[in-house]
Design a protein around this ligand. Structure first.
Ligand code: NAP
Length: 309
């Protein structure tokens, strides 16, 4: 494509969609490249209980469907494709898609989010998709009435474990410390399930191995303060946080040592390269909420508008 666009947005989570809504309303005719998981991380959250104004806990999938429909209704062009290369240092930037198409653009908004982290223990890679998952909403259904473990002590681990407790026979919540980062409201709910025996906390415990019969998982081995314990189960859900999806930009933009895109925090969403802006979880390791991502998407679109003027 030889046409030079005003703005190409990479990513279709809360940050990317909000940037698209604002850019479309500013008559910038935004193009949004969705990536392989349209809607991003939020689509795998069973209930969103903290999006202002939505008190009935809609699913993350529904929230993202609405956001995408909103952006489309204002004229954003959605391209269902993956970006394989981004050359952004020149005034006219080139975004290469997996299909081979190249988008030329004056500005880029990067809203690529973050990807689930895994444990890196023996058996994990072998059993991915055969009992090892990082998404209870996606895969929990396959473990109805079975025993599963969730690894992690943050809100994601708690949200996943609460969801799984409604489907599974028993849920082990395995966490490397005794204290939890998860929101108090989630911990309170979980404590009730622990009392009823539906959930068991396995604390001060690290997973050392995932075992299986060659086809499916049948146990995990945890090291609990020096003692090894084998827990028989059929599923393991890893919820230990995310890494920013910024690999594409490592030679183009300044990233911090954890791989997050460096932006002009507090002042703008400007990256180290003129005309390139970043929003959402690819640049945020502190707040990481859907609503803060959406807020930074709004800022990125306003920054683009200002830059183009
Ligand atoms: P998080 O808050 O960073 O928690 C990650 C958890 O994984 C921590 O408990 C951490 O342990 C543990 N962990 C990290 N690396 C580990 C390793 N190698 N082995 C074992 N355990 C490891 O991440 P998150 O839960 O994904 O949440 C991310 C953000 O999204 C947070 O701001 C959270 O509030 C938000 N969120 C909210 C909801 C909700 O329903 N409100 C749902 C999902 C996410 P330590 O505590 O020991 O470091």
């Amino acid at each position: 494509m030889s046409e030079v666009n005003n703005v190409v947005i990479i990513g279709s989570g809360p940050a990317g969609c909000t940037a698209a809504i604002y850019a479309a309303r500013a008559n910038l005719n935004p193009i949004l490249v969705t990536g392989t998981e349209p809607g991003g991380q939020l689509t795998t959250t069973p209930e969103v209980g903290n999006w202002p104004g939505l008190k009935d806990n809609p699913s993350g999938f529904d929230v993202m469907q609405n956001l995408q429909e909103h952006a489309k209704s204002l004229g954003t062009v959605f391209i269902s494709d993956n970006v394989v290369k981004a050359s952004v240092k020149d005034e006219i930037k080139e975004i290469t898609l997996a299909s081979g198409n190249i988008l030329k653009t004056k500005t880029v908004i990067i809203a690529t989010g973050a990807k689930a982290r895994y444990l890196g223990v023996k058996g994990e890679e072998e059993y991915k998709g055969k009992g090892v998952s990082a998404c209870a909403t996606c895969d929990g259904f396959f473990f109805r009435k079975k025993d599963v473990a969730v690894i992690g002590g943050g809100s994601a681990a708690f949200a996943e474990a609460l969801f799984l407790a409604s489907l599974c026979n028993k849920v082990y919540l395995v966490h490397r410390r005794e204290g939890f980062r998860a929101e108090a409201i989630l911990v309170d709910k979980m404590n009730e399930l622990v009392k009823s025996g539906k959930v068991e906390y396995v604390l001060n415990a690290t997973v050392s191995e995932i075992k299986g019969n060659g086809n499916t998982v049948n146990a995990i081995v945890v090291n609990q303060q020096g003692n090894e314990r084998e827990i028989a189960l059929q599923g393991i859900f890893v919820a230990i946080g995310h890494s920013p999806a910024t690999e594409l930009f490592k030679d183009e933009l300044e990233l911090d040592k954890e791989g997050y895109i460096t932006v002009n925090h507090g002042a703008s969403t400007q990256t180290s390269v003129a005309g390139v802006f970043a929003c959402g979880d690819c640049q945020d390791k502190i707040y990481r909420q859907a609503i803060t991502s959406a807020g930074s998407g709004c800022q990125a679109a306003l920054d683009v508008e200002h830059y183009l003027m």
